[in-house]
Design a protein around this ligand. Structure first.
Ligand code: PHB
Length: 395
């Protein structure tokens, strides 16, 4: 017969065992989760870009049954407001306070440069779903910093050749004055001038200023053959409308990286028709992934996707590839990074791989706005890799 004391001891130890098992199970679940920090603009001129990236990322996760590489995804979200002055503090909230496994962000290059510094210093894995500053996969490249979008150089350099081939000699450029605008102009100028053209004037206005009128007057007075611009988001829609309203559209061809017309055509209300742009994506590309992605996006969000949604989707795909190639259990950053570097991403843009600098090697399409869509009319630069000047990982 078991004594009263012994019964009590058995009961207590059974309870302890149960509790221990529960705790162990909880720890395993926590370890199996992946903590994703989304740092994106949800307000301001780039708000629609931040939302599209978020939608695309979550669409891919939903398609995998709510998991990436078999892990539940826990999100931590910060609105970066496209404000470089707040970027370090915002990134630190995700890295130090929330202890995320991966930082996903952002749209604005100035903000991304500050984020990347936090990522490098803390050795946090970072996936850039848009920002194109050349430095990010150039002199500031790092093994833990990946980009699923583009460098400023890629679409701009492809456009320089197109504009030269179309017989234009003198071009005026106009862009927001910050790293991405300046580097887009530099990338364009490099190939355009190599092909015999001349950038006769570089005009800039502060980000996110949309008082375009004085610049349009100056452009008209300069009488170039064509105009090359960088604008995006709400500011891009206003620019293209103002360009048409100023009477410039009919006689002065407008060229740009495709950010000008992606996600903005509806807001332009027809003013964008006919504009030629270069980008690593176009609406309705002829591949199976684009078809399933587009129909899934429309079903989930009741809106057409754009390049930003694609980049969000592909960021989730890249992370999934990393996690699938790493052991289960605690987040093994080195193994995740290795699998990410080796991944081929089956993207709606067409499949792509990453360069040694962790930037996509991808086709840059020539697109034309037709019937409210960015239709592909050719490949301006096949399998274009950023030169990654100054990146130590290239050697
Ligand atoms: C950037 O700041 O890198 C940037 C912003 C908006 C775009 C493209 C690039 O559409």
């Amino acid at each position: 017969m078991v004594g009263k004391d012994r019964k009590l001891r058995l009961a207590v130890s059974a309870l302890g065992l149960g509790l221990g098992m529960l705790l162990a199970q909880g720890a395993a679940e926590a370890a199996d989760k992946v903590k994703v920090g989304l740092m994106l603009p949800y307000t301001g001129t780039y708000a629609s870009l931040g939302n599209a990236i978020t939608n695309g990322f979550k669409q891919y996760v939903a398609e995998q049954g709510g998991k990436l590489g078999g892990r539940e995804v826990e999100y931590f979200v910060v609105d970066d407001e496209s404000d470089p002055a707040k970027a370090t503090e915002n990134a630190n909230k995700l890295v130090k306070r929330d202890n995320v496994d991966v930082l996903v962000g952002t749209v604005h290059s100035g903000v991304a440069l500050a984020m990347a510094k936090v990522a490098r210093d803390s050795k946090t894995l970072m996936i850039i779903p848009n920002a194109g500053a050349d430095e990010l996969t150039g002199p500031l490249c790092a093994p833990n910093v990946f980009r699923t979008s583009f460098s400023a150089w890629q679409p701009a350099n492809a456009m320089g050749k197109v504009v030269a081939e179309r017989g234009h000699k003198n071009v005026v450029t106009l862009a927001w004055k910050y790293s991405f605008g300046e580097q887009s102009v530099a990338g364009f100028k490099e190939s355009f001038e190599q092909a015999g053209g001349k950038v006769v004037k570089e005009l800039y206005l502060p980000f996110p200023n949309v008082e375009f009128q004085p610049f349009l007057t100056e452009i008209a007075n300069l009488r170039p053959d064509a105009v090359f611009v960088f604008f995006s988001g709400a500011g891009a829609a206003k620019f293209v409308k103002d360009y048409e309203a100023a009477g410039l559209k009919a006689g002065l061809p407008l060229y740009a990286p495709g950010f000008l017309t992606d996600g903005t055509l509806e807001a332009m209300g027809g003013a964008g028709e006919g504009v030629l742009t270069t980008l690593h994506y176009a609406d309705g590309l002829d591949n199976a992934r684009e078809k399933s992605f587009r129909s899934g996006y429309v079903a989930a969000y009741k809106a057409q996707p754009d390049v930003f949604a694609v980049q969000g989707y592909d960021s989730a795909q890249l992370l999934a590839a990393g996690l699938s190639g790493a052991p289960a259990g605690a987040f093994d950053k080195e193994a995740v990074m290795k699998a990410m570097s080796a991944a081929t991403i089956d993207s709606p843009r067409g499949s792509f791989t990453l360069s040694k600098a962790n930037n996509p090697v991808q086709d840059i399409y020539l697109r034309k706005v037709e019937g409210g869509q960015n239709k592909v009319i050719g490949v301006a630069a096949p399998k274009l890799a950023d030169p990654a000047r100054g990146c130590k990982l290239m050697n």
